[in-house]
Design a protein around this ligand. Structure first.
Ligand SMILES: [Zn+2]
Length: 384
């Protein structure tokens, strides 16, 4: 009886430990940008652009596709993370960034008018940096955690990284932080050209919270709380697109630098009703925002969309190159027309690129991609 009682007493604490999202993005980025004045200047410029875009409502809305690669690390069995698991993770991203998650149509009334469809798609890379076919996953045997050796995760990132101007790199690890905990979710760097140049730009993520299904771990499954934890990747991609936590700076201006997300007194760890303590002037907290820590993540706001699109339209961290036609061809993420229609011959040709997305001159017997001003792309081989 005593033993049973002790066990029962322990359950809430165990559950509490498991269900808490811990994302150190805020701290690690603060540290990096403070230590690198040039990177900080670039970041401040991007923040200013974002504020202007939100004020003027000028961010262009266009359908964007981002190529993504997963580097899976484990000392003995990296293949425990299966293609099906990774694909389900990408499917979740595509739901959440397009307002297709089931909760999106059942938001509290206060947030229905500002809930946003970001119209961003994610594509598992089909062509690797050498031009070879890939399923978008690489496997590696090592026991690096996601932060060693000096906080930026250079060890695990150094094992395998694809050019950060062409792919969103996600490093899957067993331990995200150096504290030995298996429950930390992940972290990401905000856009930065110097981080991309160093091969450090991207997301570090806990395999236990990746997607659904067999292989995701013994604590995963669509019916458990893990189904919600699987959506933490959406939160990390939000950071990659320059979104901060909605509780950034707590009640102090400028908060998360997005005007339509209410300031938050404290992060909503495992809680969807944060109304017991409110910042002054706030009557309701956007608990359902992906950029909080709650267990009801369901939406981004219009302001967050503007901020993310501003990042994606800027060259900071090469974000605007990720979704260029040339890059989507090079990474195998763009469907191309194979048949040339002569009646379209008057279209203005923008440029010609090879299968690696490099600009090329017309040449015979080589497959090349012709990019036109109207957005269409043709794959052509001119035979001798
Ligand atoms: Zn975070």
């Amino acid at each position: 009886m005593t033993r049973l009682l002790i066990f029962l007493l322990c359950i809430p604490f165990i559950m509490q430990g498991q269900a808490t999202i811990k994302c150190t993005t805020s701290e690690i980025n603060k540290k990096y940008f403070e230590a690198h004045p040039e990177a900080k200047k670039e970041r401040e410029w991007l923040n200013k652009q974002s504020r202007l875009a939100e004020f003027n409502k000028t961010a262009a809305s266009t359908s964007i596709t981002i190529p993504i690669v997963f580097h899976v690390n484990d000392p003995t069995n990296p293949q425990k993370v299966t293609l099906a698991q990774v694909q389900s993770a990408v499917d979740i991203l595509n739901e959440d960034f397009n307002g297709l998650n089931p909760e999106f149509n059942n938001l509290r009334v206060e947030f229905q008018s500002i809930a946003s469809n970001l119209e961003i798609n994610f594509c598992l890379a089909a062509i690797d940096p050498d031009g070879n076919a890939t399923n978008g996953i690489t496997y590696h045997y090592n026991s690096y955690n996601g932060r060693e050796p000096n906080g930026s995760g250079g060890a695990v990132k150094g094992v395998s990284v694809w050019p950060c101007d062409k792919y969103l790199n996600v490093w899957i690890v067993n331990e995200v932080e150096t504290d030995g905990s298996i429950y930390n979710s992940g972290w990401a760097f905000y856009p930065s050209t110097s981080l991309a140049d160093q091969g450090l730009d991207g997301i570090v993520y806990n395999h236990r919270y990746l997607g659904y299904g067999e292989g995701s771990s013994d604590v995963s499954g669509p019916t458990s709380w893990q189904a919600k934890m699987a959506r933490v990747l959406t939160h990390e991609v939000g950071h990659y697109l320059n979104l901060m936590h909605t509780f950034e700076n707590y009640c102090t201006s400028p908060g998360d630098e997005v005007s339509d997300t209410p300031p938050v007194y404290h992060h909503g760890s495992n809680n969807c009703q944060q109304n017991w303590t409110l910042c002054s002037g706030v009557t309701i907290v956007n608990d359902e925002n992906y950029m909080d820590y709650t267990d009801c993540p369901s939406m981004f706001t219009e302001g967050q969309k503007t901020r993310a699109l501003t990042a994606l339209n800027s060259s900071v961290g090469y974000r605007n190159n990720l979704w260029s036609s040339a890059n989507l061809i090079a990474t195998g993420c763009q469907q191309v027309t194979a048949i040339v229609e002569e009646n379209n011959a008057n279209r203005k040709l923008l440029k010609i690129v090879d299968v690696l997305g490099r600009e090329a001159e017309p040449q015979k017997n080589t497959p090349l991609f012709y990019l036109y001003e109207d957005g269409t792309v043709e794959k052509k081989i001119i035979l001798e």
